[in-house]
Design a protein around this ligand. Structure first.
Ligand SMILES: [Zn+2]
Ligand SMILES: [Zn+2]
Length: 107
């Protein structure tokens, strides 16, 4: 896999394989960036950092990961950058654990 295979990253709904290669044409919208092994590792780090509780209220119920800066925004600012090299995307500081109630409040 080389950089040349990436003309642009596309949107968050695009389909990537586990090597980060965008699959065209994008068929079902089920596999996307969130299925990349690198993303799954990132999520694990965010969970660890936040000690598996809502960083706002401390709840341990209905937890979800929130991106401080949305993935779509990061990707659209880095269209020509290989997905593995978008440092902001893989920055653990960009992720925060929130419970469903707190998450709803900020969206
Ligand atoms: Zn909360
Ligand atoms: Zn969110």
């Amino acid at each position: 896999m080389g950089f040349d295979e990436f003309e642009s990253i596309g949107s968050v709904g695009d389909i990537f394989n586990r090597q980060g290669i965008r699959l065209l044409p994008a068929k079902p919208k089920r596999k996307n960036i969130k299925n990349l092994s690198k993303y799954i590792l990132w999520e694990k780090e965010v969970w660890k950092k936040n000690r598996k509780r809502c960083s706002n209220c401390g709840s341990k119920e209905n937890l979800t990961i929130h991106h401080k800066k949305p993935v779509s925004e990061i990707i659209s600012e880095n269209k020509k950058v290989h997905i593995n090299d978008i440092s902001q995307l893989w920055d653990v500081e960009n992720g925060v654990i929130l419970c469903e109630a707190c998450h709803k409040k900020i969206h």
